[in-house]
Ligand binder design. Sequence first.
Ligand SMILES: [Zn+2]
Length: 442
Amino acid sequence: MWERALLGRTAATVSQLVNRRSIAAAHSLAARASSPASVRNIQLFKLRRTLRHAAEHSPFYRELFRSRGVDVAKVTHPSELGDVFTSPGDLLEPGSDAFLCNPPQLIYETTGTTREPKTLYYSHQEVEDAASLMAVGLYHVGIRPEHRVISTQDFHYWTGGPWFARALTRLGCLAACPGKIPIADVYERLEKHGYDVLIGDVSWILRLTELAEERGAFPMRLILGAAEGLPASSREYVEKVWGTKMYMCYGCSEGAGGMECTHRHGYHLNEFSYVFEILDPDPDGYGEVVFTTLDRTTMPLIRYRSGDVARIVPETCDCGIATQRLSTLRGRSDEIVMLGGEGVSPAVFEALLEEVPEVSGTWQAVIRHDEHQDVCELRVELQGGDIDAASKRFLDVLRARHADTLWKNRELGLFALRFSEAPRGSLRTGRKLRRLVDERQP
Ligand SMILES: [Zn+2]
């Protein structure tokens, strides 16, 4: 009976259960529906519905399918679409409006530090249903309605802060969602308000942990990190200082994501609302993560190239949820690096340095770990002035251009920026100068 009710209705049914404050029932339903056979049935039903809808109502997909001769009625899995993909660039040109199937009710954006911000449209219902499934993920990792949660996921045009706030509301916890505010402001309130669950970007949590190590930690039930990779040594450090477990979640700004369970071996993917594929896997199974949305009718995305490189963890998990797990990310298929919780592309540094006349066109940014902090060292070849003048001007430009992202994250201590002068001709050793070099170990 429940199988029939679930087919194509999992997200909505889970959402209704969560709305009625039956989070435990919603969790149990999601667990039962997560077997590979169930997931396959749900995905097939929803994929057909999504493809039909997109082919009929989205000008972008109508034209794409027509030009590639795709008959959506014959498609049973996204991989059958061959070389039909949606790239992040398509959301800029022809632009997100060309994807719209229904009038949108909510707008989110990706941040402008990777490239021009991309617009993502949703309906209220789509976001509420997504938040309900997120609430089930939070429940699965151990957060309960009786816990007191503080989330410092940032509030802006993007999804992090607002989506966590919605999910915590669904879960029914006492929750504070102040955004990515200074570390000391939160530390002072931990004891006062008795927060026992902490959610935030990894770099932000690490700074708070340093403060707690210095001044004393408070009892914490669990910590959930997002947005960046977490080296094993940093996870151990956080757990030692707080005396509790730290878990991680994965999400891309275009909506798809997953969450670790207590076994902490990969992110359980939300396969009720997305089909995930690994594109062109290497012999170890690593390739670009590509996803197709199954529950979005406002702006569906079909075979969207996320740029994240990971693999599917081959074994099934013993935790009770049988959805596939994604490994920790091994990097990006483009040159974007994570810095202080923000993806940054070489083009951002290039645009900033163009405004610093002391710096020649030859420069390189090297990102590495220093203890538990990321350091971005800008090695530049000068064409006049000195390194102090160049670094001062760079900081002025950074504040003027990226006040809400890179500048703010540096001010919060989420990463350190250092400048050094490279002798003329020393950086360009090979034919092509690598602009961003990430020396961090995962
Ligand atoms: Zn698990």
